[in-house]
Every structure is written in C-alpha cells, then in structure tokens.
Design a protein around this ligand. Structure first.
Ligand code: GLA
Length: 428
C-alpha cells in the first residue's frame, strides 16, 4: 500500500506539472507520463469501453425488477444488443436494507419481490450482463446502506447473485474540503472493494464513481478499476459549469476529458458519465433537455474519447431520432476501436474545435465541434489537425454514412449550433 501511495503521489506531481504546461490543448507529443502497471494475475476486463445502460437518469428511485426486465427485453428487440450494448446496470435505491443479524444487503421487497439473483438470471438469459451499485461510504448517495466495512461480504454476495459490473459511488466518505489525507482514504476505500471483487474469482467490472476531485485517473487502474468518473453528474443540458452540488452540462464534461487522454486504454477508461441522449427532459434527472444535434454531439464526443457508452434513457420507449443516434454502428466502431486511444484536441479557435483519435489500421478519426450558438463552418489543412500534408486519405462521414469528396490536404465541415461532425480517414 505504501509503495502504491508513493507511486501515485509521484504520478500526481508529474501530471500536475504536465497539465499546467500544456494548457488545455493536448498534443500527442506531450505524452511523457509513466502508465500505471496493469494489475497482474487477473483477467483484463473491459478491453474496449463498456457499453450498456444505467437506471439512474430515467428511473432514479423508481427502479424496479419490472423496469430491468423490460430494459433487457428492449435491448434485444431494439437492436441495442446487436450493436454491442451489453451491461444492464441498476443504480442506487435498489436496497431495502442490511440484515442486522447476517450483515447481508437485501433488496427493496416492493420493487424487487423476486430478488436480485432471479433478476440477474433473467438478464443473463437474454445474453446480456448484469450490473449493480453500491458506495464506499456508510450510506449511498440515496441514503441506502453503503459497503464501507462490508466490502468482502458485499462483493461475495454480488458474485453469488451473478453480478458482472459494480458501480461504486463516494457519498458519505471523508470530505476533501475538511480532511487532509482524504486522497489516500479514497484510494484505500476503492482498493478494499477492488481487492474484494478480485477475491470472489468472478470477473466483475469495477466502475469507480468518485466524480474527479481526487484524480481517480491516476490510481483507478491500480485499485482494480476498469473505469473512473471524471466529473460530476451530467444533466440533460448542454452547458453548465463544473459544480459539486448540481448537474453539469455535456460541454463541461467534454472539457474535463480533454486533458486526460493519456490515462485511457484497454482495461481502464475515463468515464465522463452516462449518456443523456433521448431523455428530452423526461425521466428522473431532468435538466431542461437538449436538441438532437446536442445529443448527437454527446455520442460523437464520448466515442472520440473512448468513453464507456452507458445509455441513460428509457430504452423501451426510444424515438426514431434517439435510435438513429445510439445505434449508429460507425460511431460505435470509433468508440470500440481496439487501439483504445482517447481523442485529443488539436485545434481551438473562435468556438470551433477539432479532435483527433488514432484508430487501428493506420486510420484516424477527426471530429469538428461547433461550441457556438450559431451555425458555423470551417476548413482546416491536414497540418492543422496534425496529419502529414503529403498523405492521401479517403474521408468517410460517420453521420452521413458516405465517402466525402474533400480536396486533398484539407478537411471542411458545416455545423449547426452545438453540432459535431466526425470523419474517418483511411490511407489510400
Ligand atoms: C451520485 C452519482 C450518480 C448516481 C447517484 C445515485 O450522484 O454520481 O451517478 O449514481 O449518486 O444516488
């Protein structure tokens, strides 16, 4: 543990220096960081970013076994399963309490009358994987029993129930504003659950939900995590500054991600939170709603960032517009590219940004983002987006699903307000 802490402190210093020198425009050439070691002797989970659904955004405290069954059914009937969405995850407020004699967690009897194991079996019977939620504190964010002090017991129970994915929150834990060493305490608390999950022998994806203040990208992998939240909860809104006590917007979450590309890779991913696509101000979290162009931008940028794609709408009631976004196989292929490289920002001027993501087969994805509230267009040279000017590429538009005729050596995009265009460039 001491050795681990020293390495993390050292990494933190190096990263802080690196970030303060590089500003927000990260270039691939800045990468001088030492990657944390992959924990040995365990199967590497999440070789590509996990894809699935989480109950919090649409259902919150009204989640029930009926909702989970209908969601699993909809995964199959809507084509989500075929598109790669796999994990059906119950978020907070599934718990009824903790038995005072056995110390075992039990589900809310009204909403989960058949029990969690039967529900996991149902999800598995559809060829999907099943996830659940707990917290590293004494209580969860929704005031249900947390796992602090019960890590081994809870991990064992989750494994017996057939859990494949655990989202692990950080409410009711030492407060970074008042506790000097809360950074180390967070590492210790997540390591306790990470170790307990490993000890069960069941492959369980460990989703760290500490929201970012203690830089979980520096230690997430070493404590056994496969993904770690980089920001506070993303609401169904475009732009709202970083804030611990209220939802942030899609754009804010994008900005947090753009200094973190060096920490993502097969087996460990930066997680900018669940998708709000398709909520349209309905469901539990609200936020005001976004335009279809803004939802499409979330899908595009999450995929450019190799982010987990965890849907957050009621998938049994998706509109055609929502389906077109979340079932776009071309954009999903960018997210799931086996190289697992997170995009980095290569251009930023007058509200227009460009991002570059190296893909397998010497291909590259380029995204243009219009932050402005008016339509805009841009033409950049290959050099502007850090491509060799002498290279020749075919250019494929992943939203139009067609090859584009672009003059050699340049890339152009026309964008509606808050829209994003994504191209895959393949060498000719
Ligand atoms: C926190 C998390 C959310 C959700 C709720 C549940 O706010 O960040 O994603 O899990 O708790 O209470």
């Amino acid at each position: 543990m001491r050795k681990l802490l020293w390495r993390i402190v050292l990494l933190n210093v190096i990263v802080s220096l690196s970030i303060s020198f590089s500003g927000c425009t990260n270039k691939s050439t800045d990468k001088k960081i030492v990657e944390p070691d992959v924990v040995s002797n365990v199967p590497v989970l999440a070789l590509t970013p996990p894809m699935g659904w989480n109950s919090w955004n649409p259902f919150g405290k009204n989640v029930s076994e009926q909702v989970i069954r209908e969601t699993a059914d909809a995964f199959v009937s809507s084509g989500l399963k075929d598109a790669g969405y796999t994990y059906v995850v119950i978020d907070d407020i599934w718990q009824g309490g903790r038995d005072s004699l056995t110390g075992l967690l039990y589900p809310d009897a009204k909403r989960f009358p058949s029990g969690i194991k039967a529900l996991a079996n149902y999800v598995h019977s559809k060829g999907l994987k099943f996830g659940i939620y707990s917290d590293a504190g004494t209580l969860t964010c929704g005031d249900r029993p947390g796992s602090f002090g019960y890590e081994q017991k809870d991990a064992k129970l989750f494994a017996e129930w057939g859990v494949d994915y655990l989202k692990y929150d950080y409410c009711y834990c030492p407060d970074y504003a008042s506790e000097n060493n809360d950074y180390q305490m967070a590492i210790a608390r997540y390591k306790a659950m990470g170790d307990a999950l490993k000890a069960t022998g069941r492959p369980i994806v460990f989703s760290i939900c500490e929201w970012g203040p203690r830089s979980p990208w520096l230690w997430g992998k070493e404590v056994g995590g496969q993904l770690w939240r980089t920001s506070y909860d993303v609401g169904d809104k475009w732009d709202e500054p970083r804030n611990e006590h209220s939802q942030i917007g899609i754009l804010t979450s994008i900005d947090v991600m753009c200094d973190l590309e060096r920490f993502a890779g097969p087996g460990g991913w930066n997680d900018p939170d669940m998708l709000v696509i398709g909520l349209a101000n309905s469901g539990f979290i609200k936020g005001g709603g976004c335009t279809d162009a803004e939802y499409r931008t979330q899908m595009s940028m999450w995929s450019m960032f190799s982010a987990p794609l965890m849907l957050g709408c009621d998938v049994s009631k998706m509109t055609e517009a929502t389906k077109t976004i979340v079932l776009n196989k071309d954009i999903i292929a960018i997210d799931q590219d086996p190289l697992g490289k997170q995009a980095f920002r290569v251009y930023r001027k007058d509200g227009i940004e460009a991002f570059k993501k190296p893909l397998s087969g010497n291909r590259v994805a380029i995204a243009f983002l219009n932050r402005n509230s008016k339509p805009d267009k841009i033409t950049l040279s290959y050099k502007d987006v850090e491509l060799k000017p002498e290279m020749k590429y075919s250019v494929y538009d992943v939203w139009k699903h067609s090859e584009l005729k672009q003059p050699s050596g340049t890339l152009s995009a026309e964008m509606r307000p808050h829209e994003c265009q994504v191209y895959v460039l393949s060498p000719l």
